[in-house]
Design a protein around this ligand. Structure first.
Ligand SMILES: Nc1ncnc2c1ncn2[C@@H]1O[C@H](COP(=O)(O)OP(=O)(O)O)[C@@H](O)[C@H]1O
Ligand SMILES: [Mg+2]
Length: 353
């Protein structure tokens, strides 16, 4: 059982607090993602867990064993890097065998373990090949096989798919997820790609400037962001500043963008400044059914296949994006009035900063 406990972990580089007093608990068998913009400390935190970056203060435990004082090769982790880190002048099999040789595994066992690891990543028979003969996706599978072959308790991934093209990325993330589930391994996965994080994870920690902003399931991170930063980072939401008005026992009216929005719950006291997060898919072209709505004007329409993205202007000129289903017949031209309907429960309000 490899649950991971990270307590009050800190690492600074000069004036930069790359990892700033982070505490996290990760369950056995969980795929746990560190998500955040470039420079927020994801790689530093992952490398502290792997043993490649020294811990300044705090502790890391696997199960009830503290591991932050062990050298990297004794931590029972396998790591997959963004750039594959494959030795180009060695065969695929030699690359995969690397960690076994370093651990002095008998030669007789090495071949069978390498074959098994290559089979797991669907590269059976590729052992004798040179890395030059492999595609980017295959190289990344070799890197995964090399991490798996040592049978680590914990798998660590640092942006493993960012060098691959978009289609391969979506295929490989499914393979990584299935492999991790089939082997029942605890995994920590670093990405700056919010869609990848939502697709692959059991839980996500959103990081910002070395600190944890929110830890939750993908659904809750997306639907119930606790901060404006999380709401903006996950998906492309519209952030509209406003001022809370009356609460009627069920909804709060908010004056914003030259109009009024109805938001579920008592979100703030009257007069308090708020920030509203309006997801593009939370707004729709009104179709005559009941419910709150706002007036807008079409600025621009992008046809994206499954959906259309409408760029609309609210009464005070604020631009927002609205997703509409692509199949819906829609022939409005720029400047045309739009009526946008929404469910008050889908609008999220934050205290204004
Ligand atoms: N070895 C280092 N020396 C100096 N600064 C570093 C070093 N490693 C990371 N940093 C700084 O720490 C911060 C976090 O970096 P990093 O962990 O690589 O972020 P991420 O992986 O989220 O992009 C950045 O400001 C980065 O410049
Ligand atoms: Mg990084």
């Amino acid at each position: 059982m490899t649950a991971i406990r990270i307590e009050q972990l800190t690492r600074t580089f000069g004036a930069v607090r790359a990892v700033d007093n982070i505490s996290l608990g990760i369950a056995h068998g969980e795929l746990f993602t560190l998500l955040g913009p470039s420079g927020c400390g994801k790689t530093t935190l992952l490398r502290m867990i792997a043993g490649f970056v020294e811990v300044e203060s705090g502790s890391i435990s696997f199960g009830d064993r503290r591991i932050d004082n062990l050298p990297a090769h004794r931590r029972d982790t396998g790591m997959v890097f963004q750039n594959y880190a494959i030795f180009p002048n060695h065969t695929v099999a030699e690359n995969v065998a690397y960690g076994l040789k370093a651990r002095k595994v008998p030669a007789a066992d090495i071949k069978s373990r390498v074959d098994k690891a290559l089979e797991r990543v669907r590269l059976a028979g590729y052992g004798p090949r040179s890395p030059h003969q492999l595609s980017g996706g295959q190289l990344q599978r070799v890197a995964i096989a090399r991490a798996l072959v040592i049978e680590p308790a914990v798998l660590l991934f640092d942006e493993p798919l960012s060098n691959l093209d978009a289609q391969l990325r979506t295929e490989m993330r499914i393979e990584i997820r299935q492999l991790q589930q089939a082997l029942g391994l605890t995994a920590i996965y670093v990405t700056h790609d919010q869609e990848e994080a939502l697709a692959i994870s059991d839980r996500i920690a959103v990081l910002r400037q070395g600190k944890v902003e929110q830890v939750d399931t993908p659904e809750r991170i997306y639907r119930m962001p606790q901060t404006a930063f999380v709401a903006e980072f996950l998906g492309s939401t519209n952030m509209v500043p406003g001022v809370a008005k009356a609460f009627d026992g069920r909804n709060t009216q908010v004056a914003a963008a030259g109009t009024e929005f109805t938001v579920r719950g008592e979100i703030a006291s009257p007069g308090a400044p708020v920030l509203l997060s309006l997801r593009p898919e939370a707004l729709r072209l009104a179709d005559g059914t009941d419910g709150p709505r706002v007036q807008a004007r079409l600025a621009l329409r992008e046809f994206l296949g499954p959906v259309q993205r409408l760029h609309a202007t609210l009464p005070d000129g604020t631009r927002i994006r609205v997703s509409a289903l692509g199949g819906a017949a829609f022939d409005a031209v720029p400047g045309a009035p739009l009526v946008l309907a929404y469910d008050p429960a889908q609008i999220i309000a934050f205290p204004a900063p």
